[in-house]
Design a protein around this ligand. Structure first.
Ligand code: NAD
Ligand code: ZN
Ligand code: ZN
Length: 244
């Protein structure tokens, strides 16, 4: 089949919308009709070349949610109509890291930027003029349809709104986790969040949840600072110098 997608032909470059060929899903893969995709700054890094892609063209987008429209052969646990939120980090559930509760370090993450399948960076499901087209993080969520590995697919209940749940695919996990897990914020702590965009605003919420007493959100954009105050910040500053 064909699908519409936004891709980068070269870096630095700009996203271009066009038609790409899409194969059938293979074993342990799902065809997904996209419902929602988030725009993360990492997608812009792919366009500028700050994050190099393994192959060009590369379909952008790694935060996404949609509905199963096709299931590969011998792929139990999924059916047409299932609602799915993607995890941009794959998790196989079997490697040493997955088995010890550290799915963020799953061996499959090694091929994240290859643009190919998580388990085979030389294998692609999209093509244009007979040449392979990559999918960012094996997902390529800037498309009407995409094929993903079940290792990136999290099934959610039917009543979960996908336009909200999509944000857990990158921004919420990264931001919240940076405050709660990486920084290990404790009650009473003072936290500075530099930049309260998609990631930072979730770090603000994570820090508030962890009980920080002072949460200082630094961002040059007034709107971002206003939102930060609504979502848990106690103070804001336009620049780090102003906060001193
Ligand atoms: N897992 C990961 O490692 C991971 C996941 C997602 C995003 N990222 C990275 O995190 C970064 C942020 O991503 P995002 O999607 O939140 O971006 P964003 O563009 O939504 O937010 C960036 C924010 O920084 C602010 N900013 C710019 N200059 C500033 C300055 N000098 N001082 C303070 N604030 C400033 C901007 O106004 C904006 O609000 C990007 O580099 C992205 O690639 C990493
Ligand atoms: Zn991201
Ligand atoms: Zn694993």
């Amino acid at each position: 089949m064909k699908t519409r997608a936004a891709f980068i032909r070269q870096a630095p470059g700009e996203y271009e919308v066009g038609e790409v060929e899409l194969e059938e899903p293979r074993q342990n893969e799902l065809l997904i009709k996209m419902s929602a995709a988030g725009l993360c700054h990492s997608d812009d890094h792919v366009a500028t070349g700050d994050i190099p892609a393994g192959v060009y063209p590369m379909i952008g987008g790694h935060e996404g949610a949609g509905v199963v429209a096709g299931v590969g052969p011998n792929t139990p646990g999924f059916a047409d109509g299932d609602k799915i939120v993607f995890s941009f980090l794959p998790s196989c559930g079997r490697c040493r890291w997955c088995a010890s509760g550290m799915q963020n370090l799953c061996d499959l993450g090694a091929g994240l930027l290859s643009g190919g399948r998580p388990d085979d960076p030389t294998s692609f499901r999209n093509s244009m003029d007979g040449k392979p087209v990559g999918q960012m993080c094996g997902l390529g969520t800037f498309a009407d349809y995409t094929i993903v590995s079940v290792d990136n697919a999290v099934k959610v209940d039917d009543d979960v709104p996908l336009d909200k749940a999509v944000l857990t695919g990158c921004g919420v996990g990264t931001g919240w986790g940076s405050a709660v897990n990486s920084a290990q914020v404790y009650p009473g702590d003072t936290v500075i969040v530099m930049g309260v965009g998609g990631i930072g605003i979730n770090a603000v919420q994570g820090a508030a949840h962890a009980g920080a007493s002072n949460i200082i959100a630094v961002d040059p954009v007034a709107f971002k600072r206003e939102k930060a105050m609504e979502l848990g910040a106690t103070h804001t500053a336009e620049t780090i110098q102003e906060g001193r």
